[in-house]
Design a protein around this ligand. Structure first.
Ligand SMILES: [Zn+2]
Length: 68
């Protein structure tokens, strides 16, 4: 079977869905061996447009300040 892995250009999440389950953006088909050189700038663009999403992602990935 062929999975069409898709990627959210907004938050970078991989999904099989047309809409990102995380931020609701339209996803694009990901090309595993042809990452766009733009990819590394996505985070910065996202930060400008959706700072709350980036903050949420960072908190989810265990990026925490000392203590709680
Ligand atoms: Zn997303």
């Amino acid at each position: 079977m062929k999975w069409k892995i898709r990627k959210c250009p907004t938050c970078g999440r991989y999904t099989l869905k047309v809409k990102c389950p995380q931020c609701g953006s339209d996803t694009v088909v990901a090309h595993p061996h042809r990452f766009s050189p733009e990819d590394k700038y996505v985070k910065y663009r996202v930060m400008i447009k959706y700072p709350h999403i980036v903050m949420k992602l960072e908190s989810q990935s265990g990026y925490t300040a000392e203590g709680q």
